[in-house]
Design a protein around this ligand. Structure first.
Ligand code: 4AD
Ligand code: MG
Length: 447
């Protein structure tokens, strides 16, 4: 009896009979031959039906199989360098084929380029296409690399609530919902504050889950629902935090390179750009970055570009600023010590420079920009309370958070990493909406 195998393992079965269970991705007919490109979730492989090997009825059925029909194929595996597929290079000579369902003929996602809106309206089908499959497989590897790395470093994965009583990252981007007799609840913008409670019980923790931002931003880097990884570490200062981020991002890039070479190749990714993603990463102060940007702005002669590059100390970076800074290096760059006014309330002030905080963003090259944002946390309960009041945040909701500073407070730090931004960068794709199975943006909640 032939064994049911995955396309991804096909190289182990050359010369043997196997069974594949999957779907017809594409069909081409050449007289006595019919070529089926079959996908089974783990990969894409060419299967060939030769008229002389099969009953006339079966050959006839195969030559008319509509795209996306589900099938079970028995056949023999041979190596053939020219055979298309992911990974490609193998071919299955069909001996038997059972049609599980012949798909209807009006399949919307034919194998040609579709407009973005059409593709997004058909996201439930679009994810079957090779490009989308490759991107989402890389996302899976990014996420498993994260867990592998942190679990290996002794972090505990303790997930944090999605329904929360107050803003944790700023009040302007909250999704609000009614919560029984308790008033309003908000979808979590971050799990950080709960992570901060967890470290005092577990030392080093992370949460990894969906995160919600009612951001009006309509950019290629913003979703309203995205998956954020957030590690938090007790007894950790800003430099040690950067060491952890460096180790993690290096591990992600190297894991994707090692295990997703077929996907990267299909996407046409320039591998050399990822090969250079190995720590240490350059560390630049906000002050130095600001000097550099002001200088660029002053030297720029094209009025349009000049407008985009406009910069003065105290401003947060826009995408064009981040791009200019990342152009200086072929690996990600840390920018630390931002003005407190542009960052969240919980960041530790810089000693003797309260207008600056111990924050750090990690900016990815090739125009991808901020992939991680983090900081050392404010440890003084009085300063923290003052900041909460200044931001107009509801004090009662933060009672427990302030208590963390009373019973064994220590310097501690953490950061958040956007899964879709990292995935988009690994894949070299333009927009992060393709880096999540079902994207949510301000204009889209279907399908
Ligand atoms: O910089 P952010 O807002 O930081 C926090 O939420 C902190 N509480 C994290 C922490 O210290 N525990 O978000 C962190 C990262 C960003 O660098 C970005 O990669 C991603 O989350 N991100 C988004 N990704 C997609 N769409 C959005 N709207 C995003 N907002 C942030
Ligand atoms: Mg940020």
């Amino acid at each position: 009896m032939a064994e049911h195998i995955s396309v991804s393992k096909i190289s182990n079965y050359v010369g043997q009979d196997i069974i594949l269970k999957g779907w017809v991705y594409n069909r081409t007919d050449k007289g006595k031959l019919a070529f089926l490109l079959i996908r089974d979730g783990s990969g894409f492989v060419q299967c060939v039906a030769f008229k002389g090997d099969l009953t006339p009825e079966l050959f006839e059925t195969i030559s008319k199989l509509p795209q996306e029909s589900s099938v079970i194929i028995t056949g023999s595996v041979r190596e053939d360098k020219r055979a298309p597929g992911i990974p490609g290079g193998y071919e299955v000579g069909i001996k038997e084929l059972q049609v599980v369902q012949a798909a209807e003929l009006d399949y919307p996602m034919s194998l040609k380029d579709h407009g973005v809106d059409f593709a997004l309206d058909n996201r439930h089908l679009w994810i079957r296409m090779q490009s989308q499959w490759a991107i989402l497989r890389i996302r899976v590897r990014v996420m498993s690399a994260v867990r592998e790395y942190l679990d290996g470093q002794g972090f505990f994965n303790l997930d944090t609530p999605i329904l929360t009583p107050a803003a944790a990252e700023g009040t302007t981007t909250l999704f609000e919902t009614e919560y029984f007799d308790e008033g309003s609840a908000f979808l979590a913008q971050t799990g950080q504050l709960y992570n901060e409670a967890n470290i005092f019980a577990f030392g080093k923790v992370y949460c990894y889950g969906p995160t919600f931002r009612a951001e009006k931003s309509k950019t290629r880097r913003h979703l309203t629902e995205f998956w954020m990884l957030e590690p938090e570490i007790a007894f950790c200062d800003l430099d040690q935090l950067m060491d952890i981020e460096e180790g993690l991002i290096t591990h992600i890039a190297q894991s994707v390179l090692k295990d997703c070479s077929a996907e990267l190749k299909f996407l046409g990714r320039d591998i050399s750009k990822l090969e250079s993603v190995v720590g240490p990463f350059p560390r630049m102060s906000y002050d130095d970055a600001a000097k550099y940007l002001i200088d660029l702005y002053e030297k720029e002669t094209d009025p349009e570009k000049k407008e985009l590059l406009k910069f003065e100390w105290g401003m947060d970076f826009g995408a064009p600023h981040e791009t200019e800074i990342t152009k200086l290096y072929d690996k990600p760059v840390f920018v630390y010590g931002y003005p407190s006014a542009v960052k969240a309330f919980y960041m530790e002030p810089w000693p003797d420079r309260p207008e600056v905080c111990k924050s750090v963003d990690l900016l990815a090259p090739e125009g991808y920009g901020e992939i991680c944002g983090g900081s050392e946390r404010m440890s003084d309960p009085d300063k923290l309370l003052a900041r909460i009041q200044k931001e107009g945040l509801p004090e009662e909701a933060f009672k427990w958070y302030l208590e963390l500073r009373k019973y064994g407070s220590v310097p501690h730090s953490g950061f958040g990493m956007g899964t879709e931004r990292v995935t988009a960068w690994m894949c070299g794709i333009e927009h992060i909406r393709e880096a999540i199975p079902f994207p949510r943006t301000i204009k889209r909640i279907y399908p």
